[in-house]
Ligand binder design. Structure first.
Ligand code: SAM
Length: 224
């Protein structure tokens, strides 16, 4: 059975490119994954299909109303799917969560817009997740990032599964520097050890590079 992504969005057409191209396109074609898009505007009951309204207490912008969104969640989410609200105020998304979610039967990603969600929507989801300390116009790009990170961990999505175990974050370290041809690019040469054919030395060099790079770039990463 396919791993199922359900996406609640007011702008489903933004996902057209993701659905058609590259590894995600292929995973959809081979039915390793399914990607269901739900525009919750159709659950609005008034004449204008309103999904947002002015904030109580005043302030700029418009807030997403709870009723059409929660109605949509109740009708479209399959049992077992983890419901994830995308918000800059959420818990940070990371590779560990991507691994955890790849073990499920599917996830539901809820994309906000405007000033974000009415607070009461949070009690209808399992997690609130941010993809980083910056503010996007909407949750769609965040949802695509999560879809890619989870999908590439599913069996059959990436051609060479070995590459997954050597990637950044797989064991709390960033990846080592990579080089390909030419050996000399504008005076910058490939480290000799990579041309030595000595696999033990190469492995030792790569590990040392990973540790140094992680220390320099991401001292905040847990050392497990
Ligand atoms: N007023 C909100 C705030 O200050 O936190 C920002 C709302 S943002 C313009 C609209 C929507 O984009 C959010 O509801 C969320 O779904 C999505 N979004 C923006 N930045 C995000 C991030 N870093 N991670 C996840 N979702 C994000």
């Amino acid at each position: 059975m396919s791993y199922r992504f359900d996406i609640l969005t007011l702008f489903p057409a933004l996902f057209d490119g993701l659905r058609q191209e590259s590894l995600i396109g292929k995973a959809l074609e081979t039915q390793i994954i399914a990607l269901e898009l739900h525009n919750w505007r159709r659950f609005a009951t008034d004449r204008h299909s309103t999904v947002d309204d002015a904030p109580f207490g005043g302030g700029a912008g418009l807030v997403l109303k709870p009723d059409p969104l929660v109605k949509c969640l109740r009708e479209v989410v399959p049992p077992g799917s983890r419901k994830i609200l995308l918000s800059p105020s959420g818990r940070p998304f990371n590779q560990k969560l991507a691994h955890e979610w790849s073990q499920l039967s599917g996830i539901t990603l809820i994309c906000g817009r405007y000033e974000g969600f009415d607070q009461r929507i949070e009690s209808h989801v399992d997690e609130v997740i941010s993809i980083g300390d910056f503010v996007l116009n909407g949750g769609e790009v965040a949802a695509m990032a999560v879809v890619e990170a989870v999908a590439r961990l599913l069996p059959g999505v990436i051609g060479n599964a070995e590459s997954l175990t050597e990637e950044s974050f797989a064991d709390g370290l960033l990846e080592y520097p990579q080089y390909t041809r030419p050996r000399d690019f504008e005076g910058q040469t490939v480290p000799d050890v990579l041309l030595s054919g000595n696999h033990a030395e190469i492995a030792k060099w790569r590990l040392a590079q990973r540790v140094a790079r992680t220390r320099a770039m991401r001292p905040d990463l847990p050392k497990d």
